[in-house]
Design a binder for this molecule. Sequence first.
Ligand SMILES: Cc1cc2nc3c(=O)[nH]c(=O)nc-3n(C[C@H](O)[C@H](O)[C@H](O)COP(=O)(O)O)c2cc1C
Length: 348
Amino acid sequence: MLYSLLKPLLFKLPPEVAHEFALEIASLCPALGKLSGANSSDKLSLKVGSLTWKSPLGLAAGLDKNAEALNFFANQGFGAIECGTVTLKPQLGNPRPRVFRIVDQQSLRNAMGFPNHGLIAIAAKLKSFKSELPLGANIGMNKDSSPDESIDELGTIVATLQDDVDYFVVNVSSPNTPGLRALQEKSYLTELFQELSSLTNKDLFLKIAPDLDENKVIELATLAADLKLTGLIATNTTIRADLGAGGISGLLLKEKAIKVRQQILKLDLPIEVIGVGGISCFEDIKKFWMDGGKAVQVYTAYVYQGPELLKNIQRDMLDFLEKEKLKSLNEFFMLDRKERSKLLNQPV
Ligand SMILES: Cc1cc2nc3c(=O)[nH]c(=O)nc-3n(C[C@H](O)[C@H](O)[C@H](O)COP(=O)(O)O)c2cc1C
């Protein structure tokens, strides 16, 4: 309700200014988050890796890069929150303007390049967040670092934050840091994750790009299982040269992201696959469940729909449980794939 009044004003501002303004309000008045009307319920909690998400709908990385409004987002009713991308040293990112709305396609284009306050400042914010909600840190390398240096950098970030967050996500899939996506390589990732695993026993995820061919997706998914990672986050934004520099998110990413997630899920590996990219309603989540997935994250649809997104999805999930006479989502996910598909009302 509040967002429907606020949105026309926010959308008159340049996207990043609107974002900063909204984030400022959210950080100053975390209690406003409770006005979302999202109906939190124990029935929606579910296991993701070693953690219990409050619902299958998490906040994706990039929205609260500096962990400034975690309490607000917790109050909104997200099932888990991911801050970052955090880099070792603070950095400004690319020159502005670097975020663009594609309103008729419910999409965004961003070329931010990991602007963030850096490890020390963000660590201080994380320490002050006290909540049962799973909190993830999405971590990445500084723009001017080499791949070799990045292993030490990411190690330092993990060692510093490991008492303050519940899971880590290594981001080598942003299109906005030159050379970053080239690090989606077996030898580099093996060395990196061996190092990170020696520093923490927190859940570790790898976030991948949607612009990989199927062989590469299979290679990375298999590698994640071999390295005993908790899982993959699929996907980051997509490159569309025809639309300009940066990465595209939202509806224009949806089909590509679905394809990558399906390629991973059909391998049936012992890893979690957190779905992100173009998810905007319960039907999208049901489709992901049909493919074998569980938990998802949102960014762009939240920008366009605001807290109504959470309210509607949570209501639809609770309606679904009631209609199918299920006590909880955990009960639903205990069913085998065929039974789940039957309940989701689609052919197996
Ligand atoms: C403005 C903007 C900034 C983002 N920043 C990050 C980031 O710092 N780290 C990251 O891993 N993903 C980042 N993302 C990607 C999102 O986490 C997500 O993977 C992507 O937007 C697809 O989800 P969506 O279609 O729900 O937006 C960003 C996305 C947007 C739109």
